[in-house]
Design a protein around this ligand. Structure first.
Ligand SMILES: Cc1cc2nc3c(=O)[nH]c(=O)nc-3n(C[C@H](O)[C@H](O)[C@H](O)COP(=O)(O)OP(=O)(O)OC[C@H]3O[C@@H](n4cnc5c(N)ncnc54)[C@H](O)[C@@H]3O)c2cc1C
Length: 384
């Protein structure tokens, strides 16, 4: 067993940290306050390999290991969850999924755009009446000549308002239940597709674009199916398997940022004639934050390592996603408290960490559903 990182791992990690410091950190607070998505950053991420990291170089990717990929996402997550989320949606939910399930034509046309960041991609699964219970989705794909017509509504779709390409999950055979679900590749400007921002202001991830997409007779052709007709449920779950690992990495990044902020602050803030870091209750908070960070970092790296070995990492991904996201919320919550009133304002980054961390508990399978997946896997199917 070797816990060390290779030279290349360290180089990927350092390059991602430098990118986040130079390109994301300076605008993170303003973008959060404005709620603005800045599309000009997308090609910069592509250039830095942060959209195609684990994808085959034949399609413009970097061929990084999954260990290297999660190390990079941890660095983005420590600085700006909105942009870590962007990279996760574009690369894990869309790119890795296209690489695994797409046709040769889809891969050679779309993946170079995706990895370069010259096109934005979205993954549209969630519907107003089908969130956790994705198999019950109501968007339909009705056979129409040699293609299909899509009708239905998706909501909370990251990048949905700006995407050039949307992976849309619709049911081509509702009588077959989840076996009718099919993944379609739809251009963002398709006739019959209307896009609008989600209702209300988001708690966190405010520099992301979140949209409601309405499909009203959107035509798709026979070449626009990814993963075969009826294969969409497996495609959707495949994307989530990759994406959840990215979310776990983002949650590790949030914990690192929360701890770093708190170490700086508790070394300098003085009360009762001493630095507050010298009070044992404060030390207890710091040491618990560190222990959670270390343990969830190892869980995330282990799940990535299993993926690199070609082993099934289904349970490990859910464990990492659940544990790291819970720990991120706790760490950010403590960080706000340790900063006192200052932590309660946007002048310090810890309140943004807390708001962003709450989103991680919800998307790509809630904290409840990760625990259900883990328990079902432990219990196995009952033999009757
Ligand atoms: C910031 C953000 C970005 C997102 N981006 C995307 C995206 O790009 N693409 C996309 O398709 N979706 C996206 N989503 C949607 C997200 O995946 C869903 O919100 C999530 O799956 C939960 O669905 P829901 O909101 O309908 O909640 P519900 O499914 O209605 O769940 C409500 C509550 O009930 C609990 N619950 C439900 N079923 C069970 C059960 N069987 N056992 C125990 N508890 C249960 C849940 O855990 C939750 O606590 C995003 C959401 C957010 C917040």
């Amino acid at each position: 067993m070797d816990f060390g990182l290779s030279e290349q791992d360290v180089a990927v990690q350092a390059a991602a940290r430098a990118f986040a410091t130079e390109h994301l950190a300076p605008a993170a607070r303003r973008a959060d306050e404005d709620g603005s998505f800045d599309a000009t950053r997308v090609p910069l991420l592509g250039e830095a390999g942060l959209l195609g990291g684990p994808i085959d170089p034949a399609y413009g990717g970097r061929g990084w290991t999954h260990i290297q990929w999660v190390l990079a996402l941890m660095e983005l997550g420590a600085v700006d969850s909105s942009w870590r989320g962007f990279a996760t949606v574009q690369t894990c939910l869309c790119g890795m999924l296209l690489e695994r399930f797409g046709t040769d034509a889809q891969k050679s046309t779309l993946l170079p755009q995706l990895t370069a960041g010259s096109s934005v991609f979205a993954y549209a699964l969630t519907e107003p009446e089908a969130g956790t219970d994705v198999a019950s989705l109501r968007t339909t794909a009705t056979a129409d000549g040699d293609g299909w017509t899509l009708d239905g509504t998706k909501h909370w779709i990251t990048n949905g308002g700006v995407a050039d390409h949307v992976l849309v999950f619709a049911n081509a055979d509702p009588d077959a239940g989840k076996n009718g679900i099919t993944c379609f590749l739809v251009p963002g400007d398709a006739a019959g597709l209307a896009r609008a921002p989600v209702e209300g202001r988001e708690l966190g991830h405010r520099a992301s674009d979140h949209a409601t997409l309405t499909f009203d007779g959107v035509r798709v052709g026979p070449g626009d199916v990814g993963g075969g007709v009826g294969g969409g449920f497996e495609v959707a779950m495949g994307g989530l398997g990759e994406g959840r690992l990215g979310v776990a990495a983002g949650a590790v990044g949030i914990q690192q940022a929360a701890l770093d902020q708190c170490l700086d602050w508790t070394r300098t803030r003085r009360q009762f004639g001493r630095r507050i870091g010298d009070f044992q209750l404060v030390q207890s908070d710091l040491s618990e934050m560190y222990a959670s960070l270390e343990s969830t970092r190892l869980l995330t790296l282990k799940a990535a390592w299993q993926r690199d070995q070609g082993e099934s990492n289904h349970r490990a991904v859910s464990v990492a996603k659940w544990a790291a996201c819970e720990a991120a919320v706790t760490a950010a919550d403590r960080a706000v408290l340790l900063h006192g009133a200052r932590g309660y304002t946007s002048a310090y980054p810890v309140e943004r960490l807390l708001r962003d961390a709450k989103g991680l508990q919800i998307y790509e399978g809630t904290a409840h559903i990760q625990r259900i997946i883990i328990a079902r896997d432990l219990l196995g199917k009952e033999s009757r």
